[in-house]
Design a protein around this ligand. Structure first.
Ligand SMILES: CC(=O)N[C@H]1[C@@H](OP(=O)(O)OP(=O)(O)OC[C@H]2O[C@@H](n3ccc(=O)[nH]c3=O)[C@H](O)[C@@H]2O)O[C@H](CO)[C@@H](O)[C@@H]1O
Ligand SMILES: C=C(OP(=O)(O)O)C(=O)O
Length: 430
């Protein structure tokens, strides 16, 4: 099993290119199921979740290939979908497989998707996805661990849906279902994450009629069919990869230019980084971050976009761990997203957790040790801590990291980090 070996203590310096957003790529790959025309996606990141999604689409009969000629481009042809089924062996490795449910039901009137179980960071039910589809007329049964869904007479009906909480993939699933439904759907309490808006823009380019993009109320007039987006669709930059590098630079005391990114998707994180002492300059598609000595500890509370993202909580905690002072971090989205804390303690961090709150008392230095990644962003936070720690840090179980980061260790190495993959080859990224 692959591990990352890090010899800490080197500030990051140089330039790095940010990849396309995992959490936009996954629903947008599924959106290709909504049309019989071939769809071209650009800026698709090379990471394990994308590989898993391409595999899932292929098992259904979709032609899904990376272009040899154009790096980052994926061509998808869902003309023939023989089996509208997402089996357990793929869903268990990637919860976002649930994103095929809405589009399959919308276009083919039937779908069977294995019910995702719990996950390291929380129980993560999909009841809101199911409730919304039922409101659109779907008949849904859960049998033998599978969600079995059908649309009577083959087509969903528009409905007014208010989800009990803001759900990102829930909004995306219902949006993809609604674009081909008969009549109008109104999604209240919709997620406003940039990845949801990027999906909506792709759907509009495919002929969907959607009002309110970027707001908490999406109004959709269903159409009979969709076409491919003319000229393809380019995936937005990954704001969480961006934030991860920003935190790594501040924690290590470096100076880095991040290219091909979008600063306006990261307002809350950038505000907190500045509060922590980072000097940050912004351009249309770049961010330059410079650390001015040891960071100051800064508290924050995770919440839905545009507030501080839960997917940045662990990485920002790694900054606080070596900062001057103390900070309170509150996690409001997932009930078990402090799994990195016990591993950080092994590196010498001082953190106390009480329910949804972690109190971090910054320390002057960390000392390298073997630590175990428990989930995707926990892995990233341990890499940041390892880059700061004195001596060697070995991060185990980095298959979690590979799910969601595009060649992270190569990018870090290009910035001067002493980091290498040991114990095998990287798994087949898409
Ligand atoms: C592939 C993808 O885009 N993943 C992101 C997505 O996950 P995901 O879409 O799974 O997260 P949600 O926004 O749905 O979850 C938010 C909260 O709602 C709860 N909930 C959600 C749906 C539901 O039917 N019932 C229910 O109770 C969840 O357990 C959680 O407590 O948004 C999360 C919150 O920003 C991010 O951390 C993930 O990186
Ligand atoms: C939690 C995440 O992803 P997923 O929803 O795919 O588990 C994440 O990207 O941090």
């Amino acid at each position: 099993m692959d591990k990352l070996l890090i010899r800490g203590g080197r500030p990051l310096q140089g330039e790095v290119r940010i990849s396309g957003a995992k959490n936009a790529a996954l629903p947008e790959l599924c959106a290709a199921l909504l049309t019989a025309e071939p769809v071209r996606l650009a800026n698709v990141p090379s990471l394990q979740d994308v590989a898993t999604m391409l595999k899932l689409l292929r098992t259904m009969g979709v032609q899904a290939e990376r272009s040899d000629a154009q790096p980052g481009e994926v061509l998808l042809d869902a003309r023939d979908v023989a089996t509208p089924v997402a089996p357990y062996d793929l869903v268990k490795t990637m919860r976002a497989s649930i994103l095929v449910l809405g589009p399959l039901l919308a276009r083919f009137g039937t779908a069977t998707v294995s019910l995702p179980g719990g996950c390291a960071i929380g129980s993560r039910p999909v009841d809101q996805h199911i409730k919304g589809l039922q409101a659109m007329g779907a008949q849904i049964a859960v049998e033998h661990g599978n969600i079995i869904a059908t649309a009577p007479a083959g087509r969903l009906k528009g409905a007014r849906i208010a989800t009990d909480m803001v759900t990102v993939t829930g909004t995306e699933n219902l949006l993809m279902a609604a674009v081909l439904a008969d009549g109008e759907t109104v999604l209240e309490n919709a997620a406003q994450e940039p990845e949801v808006s990027d999906l909506a823009q792709m759907l509009v380019a495919m002929g969907a009629k959607i009002e309110g993009v970027g707001t908490s109320r999406l109004r959709i007039q269903g159409v009979e069919r969709l076409h491919a987006p003319a000229g393809g669709h380019r995936i937005i930059p990954d704001r969480i990869e961006t934030g991860t590098f920003l935190c790594a630079v501040l924690a290590t005391g470096g100076d880095v230019l991040l290219k091909d990114t979008c600063a306006s998707h990261l307002d809350a994180v950038i505000d907190k980084l500045r509060e922590a002492g980072a000097s940050i300059d912004l351009g249309d598609d770049w961010i330059r971050v410079r650390a001015g000595g040891r960071p100051r500890a800064v508290g924050f509370r995770t919440s839905e976009y545009p507030a501080f993202p839960t997917d940045m909580q662990a990485q920002f905690m790694a900054v606080n761990v070596v900062a001057e002072g103390a900070a309170v971090i509150t996690e409001t989205i997932f009930e078990n997203r402090f799994m990195h804390v016990n591993e950080m303690l092994r590196l010498g961090a001082r953190i106390e957790v009480d329910g949804h709150t972690a109190v971090v008392q910054g320390v002057e230095s960390l000392s390298g040790a073997t630590v175990m990644a428990t989930d995707l962003r926990a892995s990233a936070s341990l890499v940041i801590a390892g880059l700061v720690a004195q001596g060697e840090t070995l991060v185990d179980r980095i298959y979690h990291l590979d799910r969601g980061y595009d060649r992270m260790e190569l990018k870090l190495r290009s910035l001067g980090a002493d980091i290498e993959r040991v114990g095998g080859q990287r798994g087949a990224a898409a």
